[in-house]
Write a protein that binds this ligand. Structure first.
Ligand code: FES
Length: 481
């Protein structure tokens, strides 16, 4: 299930760190955020290394839809109501500045990454709400207007349109930007204490440490695992679909919850989003395929893939100091499905912070924020985690192994124990402990991705129990069949 980005842009392999080193800054994670942060620091003359558990861009960056925009759904009315006009404007201007910085880097370095200017559109069925959103966004200085014209394959009342936004090929861009950087692959950081990072083979001593690894895996301080949840969504790449102008996403409350953009003659149709660990029925790709056949009967699928996004309780990413008790640690997480622009925002902010400068847009993103209007969202995240923890102890035992279809998995009672079992197409069984090694929630089987997903904080494991993504740091315990 490779994305079209992975299929069309292999990344150069890097060595694994095998001896102790010292550096000014260590960045954990070589996705778009980690690489951009490292590039910004290197440009400012700072000695920086990037430590990546797997390969460059092997997490969400290879699975994004790669829209670069300050339009993150219909959010600006909500942001203004929750945070006030000044902070909503900080959010807006930070993301517009990020878009401008992409343009600057691409032009300055002549990066061939299929960058093209497009309008970003958020569609819906309530014109009044959309008009109000467009007015609020325009009042913050964004290039926003309401339009009744949509290019969608179903009816909609209209859209909020942001002019002069962009889309690109994320891996072509990342490949060029990462080339001069010191990046160690297959170098998983296992523990971090003050200025010391320990990997499987060695130790890195760093004056400053940046967590740019999707979900920070140091639980205390910070508590980021309890302040976010993870969502998974699915994409089809279709050839022979009609051309479409602009990038499109749904507004909150919209029945037709799809995303669209084009690349190189292909239409990327996204949808099927759900909270991680809540897809036991499966069928997300098939539902998208059904829509594709209905809207574009002449089209043909050339790729399908999925991505996972960190969602914060108040809808704004956490970028800045990790915790007041760790003044030399920084974090960039909870990108809310808008990781391209937000990664650049993180690079600009953290470069300033590490250089001792105050960025004028940084306050709204502060990880230390707590505002009474946002507390309920944060508590809700904690509540969902508790649900995942209790499910482990009280859920009624599930089907027997025989009931599993070949190529699928499920939770079964086997010899008196509750286990996760994947049944391969040849009938071989792969039982694993389904207690998440992060904080002990019970994992759930995702039939579309053939993975074990954690409903609490989004760790994922492949069908054999190998770690795909954290915050868990270890694989699942294998059990005897
Ligand atoms: Fe936290 Fe699973 S990811 S318990």
């Amino acid at each position: 299930m490779k994305s079209i980005w992975s299929k069309t842009c292999p990344m150069r392999e890097r060595s694994t760190l095998s001896g102790d080193i010292q550096t000014e800054v260590a960045v954990i994670g070589a996705g778009m955020a980690g690489v951009l942060i490292a590039a910004a620091l290197a440009e400012a003359g700072i000695r920086v290394v990037v430590l990546e558990a797997d390969r460059i861009a092997s997490g969400q960056t290879r699975n994004t839809t790669a829209k670069i925009t300050s339009q993150h759904g219909a959010i600006y009315r909500k942001l203004t109501d929750t945070f006030g006009k000044d902070k909503a404007q900080q959010y807006a201007m930070a993301n517009e500045a990020a878009l401008a910085e992409y343009r600057r880097m691409i032009e300055k370095n002549g990066i061939d990454c299929d960058f093209e200017e497009q309008c970003a559109n958020v569609y819906g069925n309530d014109a009044k709400i959309l008009r109000a959103e467009a007015e609020r966004a325009a009042a913050l200085g964004l290039p926003a207007s309401f339009t009744e014209q949509t290019d969608l394959p179903f009816p909609a009342a209209g859209a909020v349109r942001f002019a002069h936004q962009a889309q690109f090929h994320p891996l072509k861009f990342l490949k060029a930007v990462s080339e001069p950087l010191t990046i160690y692959e297959h170098t998983r950081v296992q523990t971090v204490t003050e200025h010391r990072l320990v990997t499987e083979r060695c130790t890195v001593t760093a004056e400053k440490i940046v967590f740019a690894c999707h979900t920070p895996f140091v639980n205390f301080p910070g508590l980021f695992f309890a302040r976010m949840h993870q969502e998974r969504s699915y994409v089809l790449a279709l050839e022979n679909a009609p051309p479409m102008d602009g990038m499109w996403i749904f507004a909150d409350g919209e029945q037709n919850r799809y995303s669209f953009r084009t690349w190189n003659g292909l239409l990327l149709l996204g949808g099927g989003g759900h909270r991680c660990g809540e897809n036991s029925a499966g069928g997300r790709y098939d539902a998208l395929r059904k829509r594709a056949m209905e809207w574009y009967p002449q089209s043909r699928e050339v790729a399908h893939w999925s991505a996972q996004d960190g969602m914060t309780g108040d809808g704004v990413p956490y970028i800045g100091q990790y915790a007041s008790s760790r003044p030399d640690w920084y974090v960039a997480t909870g990108f809310q499905k808008w990781g391209m622009t937000t990664s650049m925002v993180a690079a600009m902010f953290l470069k300033d912070s590490i250089n001792g400068k105050k960025n004028p847009y940084a306050d709204v993103f502060s990880p230390g924020r707590l505002n009474m209007k946002t507390v309920s969202g944060v508590l809700k995240e904690g509540g969902q985690s508790v649900k995942g923890l209790t499910r482990r102890f009280f859920q009624i035992p599930a089907e027997a192994v025989n009931a599993l279809s070949p190529g699928q998995g499920g939770i079964v009672s086997l010899y008196g124990k509750k286990l996760g079992v994947y049944k391969d197409t040849d009938g071989s069984l792969y039982p694993v402990d389904v207690v998440c090694p992060h904080l002990g929630c019970q994992l759930a089987w995702n039939p579309d991705e053939k993975s074990w997903d954690c409903p609490c904080h989004g760790s994922r494991f492949d069908r054999f129990g190998r770690l795909i993504s954290g915050p868990a740091q270890t694989e699942l315990q294998k059990k005897s069949p």
